[in-house]
Design a protein around this ligand. Sequence first.
Ligand SMILES: Cc1cc2nc3c(=O)[nH]c(=O)nc-3n(C[C@H](O)[C@H](O)[C@H](O)COP(=O)(O)O)c2cc1C
Length: 148
Amino acid sequence: MNHLQKINNSKPKRKPLLLKIAPDLTNSQLDDIIDIVASTKIDGIVATNTTIAREPLTYPKAEIEAIGMGGLSGKPLTKRSTEVIAYLKTKSNNAFPVIGVGGIHSPEDAIEKIKAGADLIQLYTGFIYEGPALIKNINKEIVKQNLL
Ligand SMILES: Cc1cc2nc3c(=O)[nH]c(=O)nc-3n(C[C@H](O)[C@H](O)[C@H](O)COP(=O)(O)O)c2cc1C
């Protein structure tokens, strides 16, 4: 991170540099992330990437094992990514911006991320499953709840 910051700072116009983290980190690892943001002066965190956990799935174990390794996105991630956002925001005393991402499939999911402290939200899998109207519906709900 320090090396990247050095390159970034040498540019005529530096770009915001964010670190994207896994939802599988422990609280103690998240504490380390908070320290890293402070020591490297990066601009924020993207929480979270996909998960290697399989616990949120309710399919038979054999079926899950047959699918093999890889990161899960979407609904199995919703709860954990929100927890990570809330932890980072609370424990750091809101020291840096967090882009909240992970399992946003409805306006309610988006509002939960914002209430957990996300400064911006991002979605990937929800866009595929729910379609572009999801964005409009999220925006409407944000305006309705006066969360801008
Ligand atoms: C097919 C696919 C490809 C992805 N590729 C990347 C990638 O190249 N870089 C990255 O940081 N995250 C990548 N992600 C993670 C997503 O950006 C996002 O953090 C994660 O899927 C959780 O959000 P979601 O539940 O809205 O999909 C990818 C996710 C999926 C499903």
